[in-house]
Design a protein around this ligand. Structure first.
Ligand code: AMP
Ligand code: MG
Length: 336
């Protein structure tokens, strides 16, 4: 069964094609702002300029025609409205024109499912950290339940915003490493940064403000980067560890864009080996947003009979992870 997936929730327009789980195409166009943050309308314009050619390129690289596609997965949220609308329009048009079933995919679920599929972890606690999300979750009775999350900004956003505000980025990633990591290399720990874990949730915005104040007052930037990273990573690791203790699960999955981070990986490796559980991060190439994760998730949804009529496929900017039923959970766990 051949499934196409379209991703357009934030900065990347992605088209992935899988055939019974085998990746046939993975086309990505990433919007990189020249300066400042992401302006949704600008990104949406960029997405419309690359959408048609991305679909054509994906089909060509898979060596198939559009009529051979059995289902189209579309990420309907969570994400930014203007970008989501581009992907949704493209998917609706293809679906309606060629009579190909449309499958609604939650972007957060897709980050988790590609991790689970590729790492072959069956029932993990999941730390999902990206530009827009910081969530500690695991499957309980039909859904991914949120055990903890950020109360304000996401981990990736914290790193990116700090880098931008002190002038060390963009670009934020150099040779696979975040510029905050590069800057932190010879850094030392500064005492007194706010470490905020409230119940099961983390709060990172106070940390950002504190770091920026230190920078403004002329503290050594490498020390600030080191401490910012240390404090933020430790707080998400603490909540993750508590989720593992509560649920008694034996596996830990790291997914989302920040999963590419070596220091975070090291922390989770240590935590997992101390607890005697199996830790695996999503492979580097699938850490960031991509169309393959949408296609893979749609493939499992489609096998569970989940489709949506094109006229009902509305975008949902705040579509929460724990609203989604996951009837295919154990089907994927079998490794298909
Ligand atoms: P996503 O939204 O899932 O595509 O993830 C993008 C986020 O991942 C951005 O905030 C990036 O800065 C972040 N990211 C990518 N690579 C790394 C890395 N090596 N270390 C830390 N953050 C990273
Ligand atoms: Mg993402």
């Amino acid at each position: 069964m051949i499934v196409m997936g379209i991703e357009s929730t934030a900065h990347t327009f992605g088209v992935g094609i899988v055939d019974n789980g085998k990746v046939l195409a993975d086309v990505r166009s990433r919007y990189i702002p020249k300066k400042g943050g992401i302006l949704p309308r600008e990104v949406a314009e960029y997405f419309s300029s690359v959408a048609g050619s991305s679909v054509r390129e994906a089909l060509a690289s898979a060596g198939i025609g559009i009529k051979e596609v059995n289902a189209i997965g579309i990420a309907l949220g969570p994400g930014m409205g203007p970008q989501l609308r581009i992907g949704a329009s493209v998917a609706r048009v293809i679906s309606a024109k060629y009579g190909i079933p449309l499958v609604p995919v939650n972007h957060a679920v897709a980050h988790i499912e590609i991790g689970r599929y590729v790492t072959e972890l069956k029932d993990p606690v999941v730390l999902y950290v990206s530009g827009g999300n910081t969530i500690i979750t695991t499957y309980v009775e039909g859904r991914y339940r949120v055990f903890g999350e950020t109360l304000d900004i996401a981990l990736g956003n914290l790193l990116d915003t700090f880098a931008r505000d002190v002038g060390i980025g963009p670009p934020y990633i150099i040779d696979g490493n975040h510029v905050v990591d590069v800057c932190a290399e010879s850094g030392k720990y500064i005492k007194g940064f706010p470490y905020v874990v409230k119940g099961q949730d983390v709060s990172l915005s106070g940390l950002l403000t504190a770091a920026e104040n230190y920078a403004r007052n002329g503290k050594e930037l490498s020390d600030i980067c080191y401490t910012l990273r240390e404090v933020s990573f430790s707080s998400v690791a603490e909540v993750t560890e508590r989720c593992i203790a509560h649920t008694n699960k034996k596996e830990l999955l790291l997914t989302g864009g920040v999963a590419a981070n070596k220091v975070l990986n090291k922390k989770l490796e240590v935590l997992s080996s101390e607890r005697g559980i199996d830790y695996r991060p999503v492979p580097f190439r699938y850490a960031g947003d991509n169309g393959v994760m949408i296609a893979l998730t749609a493939w499992f949804e489609f096998q569970s009979g989940i489709t949506i009529r094109p006229e009902d496929a509305y975008i949902e900017q705040r579509w929460r992870l724990d609203e989604v039923e996951i009837p295919w959970y154990y089907l994927m766990g079998q490794g298909s």
